[in-house]
Design a protein around this ligand. Structure first.
Ligand code: PLP
Length: 394
């Protein structure tokens, strides 16, 4: 199935002249996602938040069905949360670590996840180790196999890092985790919405994602998947009267489903917006989305490599829609600012957001130009022309 780019363009709320290559930062919401939120905010203003929620109960519930379809799980394995970080942290801090336990992670791991490992290393004496990468840049699965022993408590992998198009082989890693019965946590923050995710194929126990990036959902939305068989052993790091019931003066009972990782108060407009975004992606089809995003990113990489002073910094055998580069002699922030003045949106990925990978490769600040299926070949040409001028005069 190919994408109907005209229909997709008609759903854009943004000015068609804007070149938005910051989909790894925050993408552009399509009209149905905006409308779902506006309608609910209107209802809240008219009826008050509690009545509005009651009126839209079945639509709110169907957000869980949509997410379950997106990642191929059951609805009771889904928690809808504020962002990817909250989802990831809920699963991570629920694990019963003991001193000496080992955590194995990727070199291109995201800063917030790594900071959580370091905190636990301090507090509970766990050991954090990075799995070496192959010469091409992704997690070396053979090296991972050689690192396994009975002390490995967690394998935690960022599917697509924040600093480039690398796609880690999460399914091959999942096979190793499953074989050894090791808890497997996947950060799918940058892959959800651009890569077809299937938690059974990946064989992960938990997976977190955000709304505002490739899913084109609202800010302040995200979700966590937790495998049903893992749920009973995971005690949320915080509980409230939604995640648990107060059953007696000295007792409480956790919810049986993944909503034990949620809490009571919610931004229902954002939740409905997230559901609309997931439905929008599902209607287009994730394989078709992935094919178009990958194609556009490959064209962009190719065109960038022809510009003097520009170095494409992506690694990996398989690469997705995030394209990072540097320009000799000009800082990435200056490049991104100049592009913004030409109505082109990019962002900057600094070394501290993926410190291990950036240190290993000696990376400077990188310009991150991340394309989505609603972008066009023509926009790439205009982008390359604008960048060529900046690089020539800078
Ligand atoms: C790989 C990765 N993981 C996690 C996050 C955190 O996502 P959120 O800001 O939604 O918590 C990001 C954000 O850029 C990211 O790139």
């Amino acid at each position: 199935m190919t994408l109907d780019k005209q229909a997709i363009a008609a759903d854009l709320v943004a000015d068609p002249d804007l070149i938005h290559f910051d989909n790894a930062g925050a993408s552009l919401m399509p009209r149905p996602v905006l409308d779902a939120q506006l309608a609910h905010l209107q209802l809240e203003a008219e009826l008050g938040g509690y009545r509005a929620e009651a009126e839209r109960q079945s639509a709110i519930e169907s957000v869980y069905d949509s997410i379950a379809r997106l990642v191929n799980c059951q609805r009771d394995e889904v928690a809808v949360v504020e962002n990817a970080t909250v989802g990831w942290m809920m699963a991570f801090y629920a694990l019963p670590f003991e001193p000496g336990d080992r955590i194995l992670t990727a070199e291109a791991e995201y800063a917030s996840n790594y900071l959580a490992y370091l905190q636990l290393a301090k507090q509970r004496d766990v050991v954090v180790e990075t799995i070496p990468s192959t010469a091409e840049g992704e997690v070396d699965v053979d090296a991972l196999r050689g690192m396994i022993d009975t002390r490995v408590k967690l394998i935690a992998i960022t599917h697509v890092p924040t600093n480039g198009g690398l796609v880690n082989p999460v399914e091959e890693i999942g096979a190793v985790a499953r074989e050894h019965g090791i808890f497997y946590l996947v950060d799918a923050c940058q892959s959800a919405g651009q890569i077809d995710l299937d938690v059974d194929r990946i064989q992960c126990d938990a997976l977190s994602a955000t709304g505002r990036k490739y899913l084109r959902g609202p800010r302040g939305s995200g979700f966590l998947y937790v495998r049903r068989s893992a749920l009973a052993d995971l005690h949320p790091p915080v509980v409230d009267l939604f995640s648990a019931t107060w059953t007696g003066p000295d007792s409480y009972e956790l919810r049986a489903d993944a909503r034990r990782f949620e809490n009571w108060e919610n931004n229902y407009a954002a939740k409905l917006g997230l559901g609309a975004a997931v439905d929008y992606a599902l209607a287009l089809g994730l394989p078709a989305i992935e094919a178009e995003v990958t194609r556009l990113a490959a064209v962009l990489r190719e065109r960038l490599s022809g510009i003097e002073r520009v170095s494409v910094q992506d690694i990996g055998r398989r690469r997705c829609g995030i394209v990072t580069f540097s320009v000799a002699g000009i800082d990435a922030y200056a490049i991104s600012d100049c592009l913004r003045q030409k109505r082109i949106h990019t962002s900057v990925s600094g070394p501290s957001s993926t410190l291990i990978d950036a240190t290993r490769r000696g990376l400077p600040n990188l310009v991150r130009s991340s394309v989505h299926y609603f972008n066009s070949d023509d926009q790439i040409e205009r982008f390359v022309e604008a960048l060529g001028e900046i690089a020539a005069t800078g």
